[in-house]
Design a binder for this molecule. Structure first.
Ligand SMILES: C[S@@+](CC[C@H](N)C(=O)[O-])C[C@H]1O[C@@H](n2cnc3c(N)ncnc32)[C@H](O)[C@@H]1O
Length: 178
């Protein structure tokens, strides 16, 4: 019985690792969480008493999603993630932390409408940001904000940028307005 359980756990773990690897190849972006310093900066950028819709494109393990939803209980928070293992983990976290304002969507954000977003958060890579710049330009309503960890949105004029204190490479959290 004990050996069977161990076998199931090991097989489950192996499948999870393979899935994470496969989806990293598919999206071209690894499931790496924003650092504590970057998260703090991004969370501070949500205005006090904000009531808009917060959308995180590629929520990963929920390192930003959970505090975002916790600190803004009056805002609908939409987390989009393609990779099934982190998506599943975020469902567990949603239950554990009772995040009733958090909606978790599994899918490719390039195939979803981003029109409802008042504030978009992302931590992606340059090739994805290039495609995203076009999509956000076409879909975001005027005045909506984009907050990007480290990677710029090509063709967009930044509104402000904040150095990430715990980033050895000197990266910034950058803010854009549609
Ligand atoms: C670097 S992680 C960032 C995780 C989280 N946003 C954070 O800051 O801690 C980027 C995530 O975006 C997801 N991702 C990349 N491209 C995607 C796409 N087109 N649709 C949905 N998710 C995507 C990846 O699977 C990965 O989990």
């Amino acid at each position: 019985m004990g050996t069977a359980l161990l076998g199931i756990l090991l097989a489950g773990g192996l499948i999870a690792v393979v899935l994470v690897f496969f989806y990293t190849l598919r999206t071209g972006v690894p499931v790496v969480s924003s650092s504590a310093g970057a998260r703090e900066l991004m969370l501070d950028l949500v205005p006090v008493n904000f009531r808009g819709t917060l959308v995180e494109l590629g929520s990963g393990w929920g390192a930003l999603t959970v505090p975002l939803a916790t600190q803004n209980p009056d805002c609908p928070v939409i987390a989009v993630e393609l990779s099934p293992v982190p998506w599943l983990v975020l469902h567990v976290l949603r239950r554990v932390f009772r995040l009733h304002n958090l909606q978790i969507l599994r899918g490719d954000f390039f195939k979803m409408s981003l029109v409802p977003a008042d504030m978009v958060f992302c931590y992606l890579l340059p090739r994805t940001m290039e495609r995203l710049a076009v999509k956000l330009h076409e879909e975001l309503r005027p005045g909506s904000l984009v907050v990007s960890n480290s990677f710029p949105l090509p063709g967009w004029q930044r509104v402000s940028a904040y150095p990430i204190p715990d980033d050895a490479d000197g990266n910034f959290v950058v803010v854009y307005e549609a």
